[in-house]
Design a protein around this ligand. Structure first.
Ligand code: NAP
Length: 302
């Protein structure tokens, strides 16, 4: 057992996957959960995501030695304000939000000096959401990134042990660097998928149902990614604005270069470009990051 009591705030895909694995492997004495709606809390309890649910986050954190914030990034500040006065002295507060700098700014000011705050992000997920979506193997062989705010060695080591027990590989990095890395690997690709599906939807009005009927692998993958939760992704883009815009700017430049190569019939440029990108794909497979569920959707590169 690593913690006596873990409180999960939010009971969707990520919290559910944590709760199921923690309970199955006896990593905590008790898992207490809370979510906004009674329907979510009932489903979470019946699926065994937690031992007990409470109606409010303030009640859920009572006597918890670890509190994990598993709500959309835009909801973190209000949740932190609610739990701040009710945290046990010496407790660790962490989160799983896809953006780190904005979460640090939103949560930090609500926590007292006697609490360890360790912001974090598991690079694992699917396009499914809600209390039915979690499964205990979600974090197996995925990365879990910590963005610690202090040299809190004992608290960081304990949280690291928990995530390793959940199956993840743990690494630490600076928050702004994290936000840039995930803008490249996850956030911009999601926006591009949303855009491509939007374009096809416009086109469908011209070609009737052909876009769906003959949808080939590439487009099907985009539709799966573009089925991801709208609230979560709205909050990601609103809260990782600078890094996403930086990557999208670079993306647009590259797109124009490829567009020009197609227009001018520059086959050498296209061949060279695609050879380079193919090598990146091989690197991902060699790193073992292609098989399990990824932040970009199950079985797909993130
Ligand atoms: P999810 O399945 O949609 O679950 C979100 C949970 O938060 C639900 O239990 C929901 O309760 C609760 N909630 C929503 N808005 C709230 C509010 N304003 N106040 C209090 N509770 C609220 O989400 P998820 O996919 O687990 O994502 C949770 C966090 O993990 C997000 O910060 C996301 O950025 C991060 N993350 C997601 C992925 C992914 O691929 N999905 C990967 C890595 C990290 P109700 O059901 O009652 O509304």
């Amino acid at each position: 057992m690593i913690y006596d009591r873990i409180a999960l705030i939010g009971l969707g895909l990520i919290a559910g996957s944590i709760g199921l694995r923690v309970r199955a492997d006896g990593l905590a004495g008790e898992v207490v959960g809370t979510a906004r709606s009674a329907a979510t809390r009932d489903t979470a309890l019946s699926r065994g995501l937690c031992d007990r649910v409470t109606a409010t986050a303030a009640e859920a954190v009572q006597d918890a030695d670890l509190v994990i914030l598993c709500v959309p990034v835009g909801a973190m500040s209000a949740v932190a304000a609610e739990i701040g006065p009710h945290l046990k002295p010496g407790a660790t507060v962490t989160d799983v939000g896809s953006v780190k700098r904005a979460v640090i700014d939103a949560v930090g000011p609500h926590l007292g000096d006697d609490v360890h705050f360790i912001p974090a992000h598991p690079l694992a997920g699917t396009e499914h959401s809600g209390p039915e979506a979690g499964f205990p193997e979600l974090f197996e062989n995925r990365w879990f990134l910590l963005t610690p705010q202090s040299e809190d060695t004992a608290a960081i080591d304990r949280l690291t042990r928990l995530w390793q027990a959940l199956g993840a590989n743990v690494d630490a990095m600076e928050a702004d660097h994290h936000d840039l890395v995930v803008a490249v690997t996850s956030h911009a690709p999601h926006l591009i998928a949303y855009t491509m599906v939007g374009v096809a939807d416009d086109l469908r009005r011209v070609t009737d149902s052909e876009v769906i009927k003959y949808s080939a692998g590439g487009f099907r993958d985009f539709t799966r990614i573009a089925a991801s939760d709208p609230v979560m992704w709205r909050d990601v883009f609103l809260n990782n604005k600078d890094a996403t815009l930086e990557i999208l700017g670079r993306f647009t430049e590259e797109l124009f270069a490829l567009q020009r190569a197609i227009r001018t019939g520059d086959g050498d440029m296209l061949h060279e470009y695609f050879t380079r990108t193919r090598a990146i794909r091989r690197g991902i497979i060699e790193a073992g990051q292609d098989t399990a569920a990824a932040d970009f959707g199950r079985g797909a590169p993130k």
